[in-house]
Design a protein around this ligand. Structure first.
Ligand code: UD1
Ligand code: CA
Length: 450
């Protein structure tokens, strides 16, 4: 039995009050629609069809070829939206799963149950419902006194008695494909001038066909995002799911409510995360690290036993046993080898610091390759930019850079060399030599320190 999903994403999303299409509003750093799309992909194993209209080009550009697209123009309601996929899908699938791109919390577990329920049933449709006291504007599910499904009534058209009904339409359905394409032709125009997908239930019942509903187990799954209050609710629930999974996998979160871990992140066992810490993008954290409080780590790789306190890292690599912060900033291409120590108010960009190198206090390192066991004194600046070009600095093993040294690139400092405090180094320094002054001159060769 082949199943294909149709994801509705053409609506304007007026209630968001935004110039960004609703389905592209980010949740934990990724467009809302991506959650539905990925869930559908996992359940159906076929490429879903996305119905786009409002902001169609933007939506396509953001989601790429994870889906096929059909355009709905003008947008005449959810029934009309599904109809736009009919020509593409007729004869291609036995079962059609329909869901909306503004339902990011639906799990593959629930969607799988829904598809299985429809496939093991003789009727034309299985719908998802939720029992909740908070209606959030959802359609009400009408049943007869025997509990048999009758129809869905939209909130705007519901009578006061119908408004009191606690069973709500989640807006996710699984259909027998052949019946769906035929029945869509019979959907009447609503009082609002739209074709409602929800009318298909009433049509099936009038035809005397068996229909069924599956009630979602977790009512939070059925939160639809129509405005920014719902967006914040959805974000909090997604965050909670991710945090719970990491805690069960052996990661300590001191305060889960103020810990922000995006879906693409990996974390090793026994890592401890202090409050107000953000792990974003494709970040990988090793085992037994301590992160935060007050830390942002984006698209970075950390080895085991690293400590990062109150710092900001982006596209950085930390090998094992690196400790940084408070108030360190690592920018793109910062690579700190094993055991590097970086204290407060440092900035590193596009530079490699060899094993055991130390940079304790307020320094800037840019465009550099630094050997092992180097000491970078307080206030050192790698002057990598001459106003037009960036230049590289190379520092050998065991070098001692005195406090407040200006290293004017391009520059090479040989193994075991030293610079005096306050030097401005404009020429290469040979190994095991001491250079001092402005501009710095080599004043003597030193005994090899062992
Ligand atoms: C819909 C259901 C309601 C259900 C609720 C659950 C209908 C008529 N009502 O209401 O019973 O309780 O979902 O979330 O179906 N869309 C299009 N084209 C259109 C209109 C909408 O693609 O012409 C898309 C939207 O982008 C959105 C989805 O369909 O992703 C649902 O539309 P929305 O306007 O949010 O419907 P609800 O009012 O939430
Ligand atoms: Ca909605």
């Amino acid at each position: 039995m082949k199943t294909i999903a149709i994801i509705l994403a053409a609506g304007q999303g007026t209630r968001m009050r935004s110039s960004l299409p609703k389905v592209l509003h980010p949740l934990l750093g990724r467009p809302m629609a991506l959650y539905t799309l990925e869930a559908a992909l996992q359940v159906t194993a076929a490429r879903p069809v996305m119905v786009v209209g409002h902001g169609a080009d933007q939506v396509r550009a953001a989601l790429g070829d994870l889906a096929d697209y059909v355009i709905q123009e003008p947008q005449l309601g959810t029934g009309h939206a599904v109809q736009q996929a009919a020509d593409l899908l007729r004869g291609q699938a036995d079962t059609v799963l329909v869901l909306a791109a503004d339902m990011p919390l639906l799990t593959t577990h629930t969607l799988t149950r829904l598809v299985q329920a429809q496939q093991s049933h003789h009727g034309p449709l299985t719908m998802l419902t939720v029992l909740s006291d908070q209606s959030r504007g959802f359609g009400r599910v009408l049943r007869d006194p025997h509990g048999r499904l009758l129809a869905i009534v939209e909130q705007a058209q519901a009578t006061p008695e119908q408004l009191a009904i606690r069973e709500l339409n989640v807006g996710v359905y699984c259909f027998a494909a052949a019946w769906l394409w035929e029945a869509l032709e019979r959907v009447p125009l609503s009082p609002k001038g739209e074709y409602y997908l929800t009318d298909l239930l009433g049509i099936a019942v009038q035809d005397g066909l068996p229909v069924q509903a599956l009630v979602v187990e977790e009512s939070a799954e059925a939160i639809g995002v129509n405005n920014r209050l719902h967006l914040a609710e959805a974000e909090a629930i997604l965050r909670q799911r991710i945090n719970q999974a990491w805690m069960l996998a052996g990661v300590t979160l001191i305060d889960p409510a103020s810990t922000y871990i995006e879906p693409g992140v990996q974390i090793g066992q026994d890592t401890v995360i202090w409050p107000n810490t953000y792990l974003q993008g494709h970040t990988v954290v090793g085992a037994a690290c301590t992160l935060g409080p007050n830390t942002i780590i984006r698209d970075s790789q950390l080895g085991d036993r690293c400590e990062v306190l109150a710092s900001v890292l982006e596209k950085a690599v930390l090998e094992d046993d690196v400790d940084i912060g408070p108030f360190a900033r690592l920018r793109t291409g910062a690579h700190l080898a094993q055991g590097v120590h970086m204290g407060n108010f440092g900035e590193i960009k596009n530079a490699y610091l060899g094993p055991g190198t130390k940079m304790g206090h307020f320094s800037y390192v840019g465009d550099a390759t630094i050997g092992p066991q180097v000491n970078i004194g307080a206030g050192t600046v790698f002057c990598n930019y001459d106003g037009e070009h960036k230049h590289h600095t190379e520092i050998g093993a065991g070098v001692f850079i005195g406090s407040d040294t200006m290293l004017v690139a391009p520059l090479k400092i040989g193994d075991g060399a030293r610079t005096g405090a306050g030097s401005v180094v404009t020429k290469d320094v040979p190994e095991n030599s001491l250079a001092v002054g402005i501009p710095a001159r080599v004043i003597r060769k030193m005994e090899k320190r062992d």
